[in-house]
Design a protein around this ligand. Structure first.
Ligand SMILES: [Zn+2]
Length: 218
């Protein structure tokens, strides 16, 4: 009996559709060619926004990373998620917390997209030796896409949108994982729900953030 494994399936896919660099479209067999990978710039340290104990972002949202994140959300999904998750893990180094929690999608959006990109990134952080990835944080209310709102409307849009849905409290020290950090309003709303359920500290880690104008980021 012959069973195709996901790895074999990926090899076939790669042969049919060889990976082009998300930056310069060169055939590389990888998400980025060496030159575009080198051009990804780290995001400078910044003070955590209200509601988060710590916040850290790996890269500036620009150039090749913008098209890679676009592919992550709307394109070939898991393979891109793995490559980006591994980049994030390498940039972040060891993460100290009891658990990782991915920013949840509302179930309607999850159904429409088929997967949660934040959970895919968090899964790679775990694989790279990070804290365990746990479930239990849920989006209880569908919210408007944050990118369409002014900064001051974003906090109101997501306030109360999340809840902890397990009978036991979450572990005390947590790190939230998301793909793109905008104003931090979504992450702060997640943190508030986790604190209400008993968490003591909640930090956040994200792959990318815009330096200039948050409104262009989604
Ligand atoms: Zn390139």
């Amino acid at each position: 009996m012959y069973h195709a494994t996901p790895a074999m399936f990926n090899r076939v896919l790669n042969w049919l559709f060889p990976d082009r660099c998300a930056g310069c479209r060169q055939l590389t067999g990888d998400l980025f060619c060496a030159a575009c990978r080198k051009r990804l710039r780290p995001f400078p340290p910044f003070p955590p926004p209200a509601g988060l104990d710590r916040a850290w972002v790996a890269f500036r949202y620009e150039g090749a990373l913008v098209s890679a994140i676009h592919q992550l959300k709307y394109g070939r999904r898991r393979r891109v998620a793995h490559a980006l998750g591994d980049l994030l893990a390498a940039a972040a180094g060891p993460l100290v917390a009891d658990a990782l929690i991915a920013v949840p999608l509302h179930r309607d959006r999850l159904r429409e997209r088929g997967f949660n990109q934040a959970a895919e990134l968090a899964g790679r952080l775990r694989q790279a030796g990070g804290p365990p990835l746990i479930e239990g944080l849920v989006r209880i209310r569908s919210t408007q896409r944050q990118a369409r709102l002014a900064a001051n409307a974003r906090a109101a849009n997501v306030a109360g949108a999340f809840a902890w849905n397990r009978p036991t409290p979450p572990p005390p020290h947590l790190i939230l994982v998301d793909d793109v950090f905008t104003t931090g309003a979504t992450l702060a709303a997640c943190a508030a729900a986790l604190r209400a359920a008993g968490a003591q500290s909640v930090g956040a880690i994200a792959l990318a953030r815009s330096l200039i104008d948050d409104s262009v980021v989604q």
